[in-house]
Write a protein that binds this ligand. Structure first.
Ligand code: SF4
Ligand code: SF4
Length: 282
């Protein structure tokens, strides 16, 4: 398949950008477990297609991150990528094409960076104007070497430092990113949190996740909106404690199981509500 044909296919699937990187170029960014998983999935892995799917649907008030307000992207992206995998399998009989979204062993951001998609933000996110960093990445891993022009890797963002200044948890600093301090990680972490982490969650305006290093980014000031219905229809902007009250785990999954914020179950959300309520009554 030519680059023009792939561009048409990706655009038809709702992707705003795509690129290709030889698998060997990604290996040094993968630990041995990830390399083993990738090889088990696709022995003789040769290349990775990576695509960006926009999800910005407006900056509406709420306490959920924008990525988690629509349908779970883990449900929406795979079927889109699988359509292209089927086309590719017909074009290259006997070759393997595996779609991946988040759960893939591949380092998706590094794949996007090396494939030259957009810009590399200091907040660690790929920025794809005019969609900003409000994009989901999806990959296709294949054992078919694709003869596609290699793009220059993504350049850096303008480096204004607003994301670092805005980070409320000290996760993003001039020295780099400390995942264990990030509120996106802490609001999803199960169990009782140590006092310092609990206090950070209690002060946080979101009940799940964190958008702060994205909302301040100049590239996200007036982003283009997604054209993917699953990401702009039926949005849930806000959860309240009452939404979860007396729901069993099964009822919670029935009601919210197709949302990205549901994968940890209701207990972690209830814990976050309790921490935030405690903070307000102090
Ligand atoms: S998601 Fe929030 S806590 Fe995490 S680095 Fe960005 S601003 Fe900091
Ligand atoms: S806020 Fe500034 S430094 Fe941070 S990613 Fe955006 S442009 Fe880069």
């Amino acid at each position: 398949m030519t680059a023009a044909e792939l561009a048409g296919r990706f655009a038809g699937l709702g992707a705003a950008g795509w690129g290709y990187v030889p698998y060997a170029a990604l290996e040094q960014a993968m630990d041995s477990a990830a390399r083993q998983k990738a090889q088990a999935l696709c022995p003789g892995a040769a290349g990775v297609l990576v695509a960006a799917f926009p999800y910005f649907a407006g900056l509406r008030p709420g306490n959920l991150p924008l990525y988690a307000r629509g349908l779970d992207y883990h449900l929406e992206l795979p079927w889109r990528l699988d359509l292209l995998c089927a086309d590719l399998a017909r074009a290259y009989p006997g070759r393997m094409f595996h779609a991946g979204t988040d759960s893939s062993p591949l380092p998706e951001r590094e794949a996007a960076r090396q494939a030259g998609l957009g810009l590399m933000g200091r907040n660690g996110l790929i920025i794809l104007p005019p969609y900003g960093s409000w994009i989901f990445l999806g990959t296709i891993l294949t054992d078919q070497p694709l003869d596609l022009p290699r793009q220059a890797p993504s350049g850096p963002c303008m480096g204004c430092g607003r994301c670092i200044a805005a980070c409320p948890a000290g996760a993003l600093t001039e020295e780099g990113f400390a995942a264990e301090r990030c509120l996106s990680h802490l609001t999803q972490k199960k169990g009782e949190l140590p006092p310092e982490q609990a206090a950070a969650v209690a002060r946080h305006p979101y009940i799940w996740g964190c958008d702060l290093c994205q909302t301040v980014c100049p590239y996200n000031a007036r982003p283009a909106r997604t054209g993917i219905p699953a990401f702009f229809q039926g949005l849930i902007d806000r959860l309240t404690p009452g939404d979860l009250e007396s729901l069993t785990n099964r009822q919670f999954q029935q009601q919210y199981g197709q949302r990205a914020f549901a994968w940890r179950g209701p207990a972690v959300l209830r814990r976050n509500f309790a921490l935030q309520a405690g903070q307000k009554t102090e």
